[in-house]
Ligand binder design. Structure first.
Ligand SMILES: NC(=O)c1ccc[n+]([C@@H]2O[C@H](COP(=O)([O-])OP(=O)(O)OC[C@H]3O[C@@H](n4cnc5c(N)ncnc54)[C@H](O)[C@@H]3O)[C@@H](O)[C@H]2O)c1
Length: 338
């Protein structure tokens, strides 16, 4: 069974490609390298011990997307990671985000309809829950978004529900990720952000390796055990395995929605201290005022994924930090640009 993995050279996609190959699936990666590099593909192939088929394709182009399906008639399912994901950038460039994230999804759904592909797994995000009314967050919680990025996720979820309503053959799994962190235990693939990282763990990793001076901690007066923000961090390899489980569970038409998180909340300072243990030295940090739009705490109720996907995260915070550090330490400047 061949799986089209869009965005398969990106952070989560690259780990998922390896998990799919491990589980015996054939894979075709499609990416335009807008936020990834050919070096990621070379490393995926090295780790997999095989040439993994790749198509350079900008999914914003309907013609390129249809050509992809025309040339690969054995595609049986799509896992759709491709998208832009920087919340702050989306506030300044909303049209870029609506154009890229919505157009690529619409083109894929049209091509799937044309070529009779009925299974679709979508990368959504816990950002669709906004500031949750209660914790842990269940899939039936109210949905609110605070950024154009978040709105693209919610709009795509709505589009998928409408398209599936009209197409009785379509099977859709919407996966709402909490905070993916860590890297493959080989230290060969991991998160390789462009410029200053937007997310906490890659930021800490760059402080740990000496590329950044210190970590700004935005707010220590939240209603949390140590006053810093609490999030549900999930090891990217657990997340990757969650996609294999989602694909296996997609046996009947309909739309199925799952949180992919651990159910445990860790504060910013918990992460700093765990990372200090992993890298063996102190991480300098400085407390700063709260950032507007940040919330105190967010963590998943993972029960629905446990029951519906027979999947749960098994890796803990120590593994997340150890594997992140291993990748950062081995690749202080990320992937090469060749
Ligand atoms: N990393 C997170 O914290 C997080 C959390 C929740 C949801 N998500 C979602 O998961 C998905 C994957 O995230 P990631 O962290 O691996 O991001 P990433 O940027 O590392 O990977 C996305 C990949 O998609 C590709 N891409 C983007 N637009 C494209 C287009 N028009 N055509 C072809 N390829 C295109 C990029 O080049 C990149 O390789 C994204 O949809 C993201 O919004 C990520």
């Amino acid at each position: 069974m061949r799986i089209l993995v869009t965005g398969g050279t990106g952070y989560i996609g690259s780990h998922t490609v390896l998990a799919l190959l491990d589980a015996g699936y054939d894979v075709l990666i499609a990416d335009n390298y807008v936020n990834s590099k050919p070096e990621a593909l070379r490393r995926i192939c090295k780790l997999a011990g095989q040439d993994v088929p790749f198509a350079l394709c900008d999914l914003r182009s309907e013609a390129e997307t249809f050509k992809l399906f025309a040339e690969n008639t054995d595609i049986e399912a799509v896992i759709h990671f491709a998208g832009l994901k920087a919340v702050g950038e989306s506030v300044h460039e909303p049209l870029l985000y609506f154009d890229n994230n919505l157009k690529s999804t619409l083109n894929l759904l049209k091509a799937m309809q044309e070529y009779g592909v009925h299974s679709f797994v979508f990368s959504s995000s816990a950002t669709v829950y906004g500031d949750p009314a209660s914790l842990p967050i269940r899939e039936d919680a109210a949905l609110h978004v605070a950024s154009p990025y978040g709105r693209t996720k919610l709009m795509i979820e709505d589009i998928l529900r409408d398209v599936a309503h009209a197409d009785p053959a379509l099977r859709v799994s919407i996966l709402r990720y909490f905070n993916p962190v860590g890297a493959h235990p080989s230290g060969m693939i991991g998160e390789d952000p462009n410029g200053i990282p937007n997310n906490l763990m890659p930021f800490i990793a760059q402080v740990a390796v000496g590329k950044l001076d210190y970590l700004p901690v935005y707010g220590d007066d939240y209603d949390t055990p140590d006053g810093t923000g609490v999030r549900d961090y999930i090891h990217v390899c657990d997340l990757a395995e969650g996609h294999v489980s989602a694909l296996k569970a997609l046996t009947a038409p309909g739309v199925y929605t799952f949180n992919l998180g651990t159910g445990h909340g860790y504060s910013v300072l918990d992460i700093v201290h765990a990372y200090e243990t992993a890298c063996g030295h102190a991480i300098p940090y400085a407390i700063k005022p709260r950032r507007s739009g940040d919330i105190a705490a967010c963590f998943a109720d993972p029960a629905h994924a446990r029951e519906g996907l027979h999947w749960e995260a098994t890796r803990g915070l120590a593994d997340m930090c150890k594997d992140s550090w291993n990748f950062q330490h081995n690749n202080p400047d990320g992937y090469s640009n060749d």
